[in-house]
Design a protein around this ligand. Sequence first.
Ligand SMILES: NC(=O)c1ccc[n+]([C@@H]2O[C@H](COP(=O)([O-])OP(=O)(O)OC[C@H]3O[C@@H](n4cnc5c(N)ncnc54)[C@H](O)[C@@H]3O)[C@@H](O)[C@H]2O)c1
Length: 370
Amino acid sequence: MKQVKIGVAGCGAAAAHHSVACREISDKVKLVVAYDANEKRARRLAKTHGMETCEDYKSLLARNDVDAVIVALPHYLHEEVTVAACEAGKHVLCEKPMAPTLEECDAMIKAAKKNGVKLMIAENHRFLPAHVLIHDYVSRGMIGRVLLARAYEGVSEVSDLSKPEHWKGNPKLAGGGVLMDAGVHRLSVLRWLFGEVDSVYCWLAKQVIKLENKAEDNAMMFLKFENGTIAEVVVSFTVISPPTNRLELYGTEGTVLEDHAWKYPVQIFSTLKEMGDKRHQWYTPEVEHQPFPGYYPLSFRHEDEHFADCIINDKEPEYTPEMAKGSVATVLMGYLSAKTGKMVTSKDLEEVASNKGTRSIFEGLEKISI
Ligand SMILES: NC(=O)c1ccc[n+]([C@@H]2O[C@H](COP(=O)([O-])OP(=O)(O)OC[C@H]3O[C@@H](n4cnc5c(N)ncnc54)[C@H](O)[C@@H]3O)[C@@H](O)[C@H]2O)c1
């Protein structure tokens, strides 16, 4: 296959980013058809990007001219549509978080394996050049052993969260609030850098959106990784600034600071001789980047191109579904900790999974109060 023909399921904000990204790699992908329950949205996206529309996702999956599906739907639909797509023999790029529960993640992995199709979770943070550069610094030991990390994401979702009928922030439809939605981004990067999580302590806050059916709008999580690194994750749905992400890493031989809002997003201070004449001073490397909103199309382009390359060259995605499931598991540990007020380990999560199932973790999240 030389060019992957794509169907888009869900025509909201994420689908718009994917469509722009796919147009930029038109030698490798072709957008064919769009579907959304809201026909107007489907027609608008289809018109902008030269696609047809169809009336439901089953007719999208039945088309012979679709090789792969981008699932850009609310979280509660990820599993249903991904499994159906795999069963129809289509490759799937499904938006993050993989799915709200571990059981749904497992069903998606099983369906992809059974049908021999590629499944990648669209975790654009794994493909942002600034993050790729930082991962390279850390794996080459350029700041030594990382002792402390801080990760932040802040966006304003107050408008959608304020609508009681909107899926965002509704634990039944989204699997929680900001921790599931934005926390999963930050955790995918931290887990990439430091591996498995040993334990988690978490606070959730419902500070701006007081609607009965919505969960936390702000969250703060403390983590200890099995490698000994300790980290803090702060995520917000209520910031009054353009969206941004920040990462701070403090190691035995240096420091890395990163902010998506900066024109040159990465700064490194290292004592290592490998830094040459940049040693013992702040150094700002050249890296492909655009502050908000430019980092979205940039990271989506790299991500979608990787997905297309995996199909064209029959390779497994670098960001595996198991890794994406791991980030969901860490989020669920956070929810469990916030509900119980205790430090939570992966063993605690396994116990809940085998007793009541991980969906039980969402019960009562709306009542979290700070
Ligand atoms: N990677 C990123 O930076 C990023 C950014 C935004 C969203 N996302 C993710 O993308 C996904 C979609 O989020 P979004 O912000 O685009 O949401 P959205 O609300 O803007 O769009 C979702 C679309 O799904 C449609 N929809 C809802 N229920 C449906 C149903 N039953 N059948 C068919 N269509 C239905 C809605 O009409 C809407 O157009 C989520 O998983 C979200 O976390 C990722």
